[in-house]
Ligand binder design. Structure first.
Ligand code: 5GP
Length: 171
């Protein structure tokens, strides 16, 4: 509440500790808390998406002792043997393609998805699409900040997915 800034009607800027300057002590507590919340699930991989999700996922992964899978973004020369999905970016206001190698996700994987923000849920739906293609089990989703006034939380909970948001912001 002290360090966040509101841009327009619906963007929360937390550059002070999460998205630009990173408070690693806080990230460590976040990772520990995700582990506490999901420790009963047989998680063997963590999947994340946006740049800011990487740090959070990697620190959480140390508590679970599992690897982090980060989708490739946009078609490149190395775009082969992938599960792919299209995601509409909330902050960039455009669609982009994500792809995960068939080498790194499969039917034996039990996956925790981690991201910094939940707004409309488009990023999470894209990641779930990838997991469905791979035949992997989505064990749960850990979000640092959910914007409770946008529809993503209800969408994901309505699908019966175990969603834990550490902070839920209402206008
Ligand atoms: P969604 O896919 O749920 O619509 O949006 C989630 C994604 O958009 C997150 O990966 C996050 O990077 C970005 N995002 C959405 N809302 C915000 C916001 O208010 N602030 C910041 N910094 N990122 C956001």
């Amino acid at each position: 509440m002290r360090d966040g800034k509101v841009l327009g009607d619906d963007i929360l800027k937390v550059d002070m500790f999460l998205n630009h300057q990173i408070d690693v002590t806080l990230l460590n507590e976040i990772g520990k808390e995700f582990h506490r919340l999901f420790q009963s699930a047989p998680i063997n991989k963590i999947l994340t998406i946006e740049a800011s999700g990487i740090g959070i996922a990697c620190i959480a992964a140390q508590y679970f002792s599992v690897p982090v899978v980060l989708p490739k973004k946009g078609r490149t020369a190395m775009w082969a043997n992938l599960y792919t999905s299209e995601v509409f970016s909330f902050t960039k206001n455009k669609a982009y393609l994500i792809g995960v190698s068939k080498d790194y996700l499969g039917p034996d994987d039990h996956v925790l998805v981690i991201d910094d923000f939940l707004a409309n849920g488009r990023a999470l739906i894209g990641l779930k699409d990838i997991l469905d293609q791979a035949g992997s089990t989505l064990e749960g989703i850990g979000i640092v900040i959910e914007k409770g006034f946008q529809p993503g939380g209800a969408l994901i909970r309505g699908m019966g997915i175990h969603l834990e948001s550490l902070a839920i912001v209402d206008p």
